[in-house]
Design a protein around this ligand. Sequence first.
Ligand code: PRT
Ligand code: ZN
Length: 302
Amino acid sequence: MKRTSSNNRIRLAIQRSGRLSDDSFDLLNRCGIKYRKKTEQLFHHCENFPLDLLLVRDDDIPQLVNQGTCDLGIVGTNVLEEDTLSQRNSKRISVPDLIQALDFGNCRLSIALPNVVNYEGLFSLQNKRIATSYPNILKKFLRDNEITAEIVTLAGSVEIAPRLGIADAICDLVSTGSTLDANNLQEVAEVFISKAVLIKTTSPLNSTQQETTDLFVRRIAGVTHANDSKYIMLHAPKAQLNDIVACLPGAETPTIVTLENDNNKVGVHAVCRESIFWETLERLKACGASSILVLPIEKLLA
Ligand code: PRT
Ligand code: ZN
């Protein structure tokens, strides 16, 4: 799978099947990239963009990007951090560049104890056995917090380790917390906050590949920012315009338009880069805004 120098296409590694797969494919769709999806195939040629997809296990993605087999990869920062820390241990220093945070894969790596155990702070973990699939992140956390504990490394099903008697605590990924609840575990300490990111190889790309990469990253940034952003339109009394504009969360300079037949009010149109909650709308209304309309944005090219 090593690339040839005449190959001007770029290669992106994504998770074949798992929690990041659907969102990764959805991101490509949102970027307007078309490919023919054949379930059993690990290599996909995109039809309308010089990009090839390699479908792999998420744990392999940092290494594939690191060694230049793939130019780009979509992976959780939990996997990236674990890989980076394990490489430091073996004195390999090349780490892929993290180039764009994505809007999915959010979770946290947390320490959890059986509900029946009394937790009084991190020192409660002293000399305990903690099961995890992230031994290097956990080792660093324990070292930073001056806790001595035994790390039991497991490939999966970490949440049942206390019931099996092979660990006193676990350190595992949590998103809703329902797995911990179902296993009578209490979350006691957050070790690492994770989200999906786009990473790029540090191996040199030729100028065509670099241009394609820049274009791809711009598209991803466009749809990712668009997802967070909203377009807001409202009518504002001229006297309250400054107060109303100040209420708009993360807004760039708004467009002010005149209203026919109403000299006392103007129309305000703005892109808001942050979530617009009901509280914001209520505050705008209290400032005198009316006809408030909030619209989703599909694409955004700054
Ligand atoms: O086969 P492959 O190696 O590719 O996949 P995998 O089984 O190693 O990983 P997978 O598909 O489970 O997760 C891929 C990535 O998704 C992770 O590395 C994280 O970056 C991200 N992610 C986000 C999660 C979760 N949320 C998550 N909740 N990964 C795993 N979980 C698991 C967790 O381990 C626990 O078992 O979900 C359970 C907890 O979920 P809640 O909602 O009950 O709290
Ligand atoms: Zn994995």
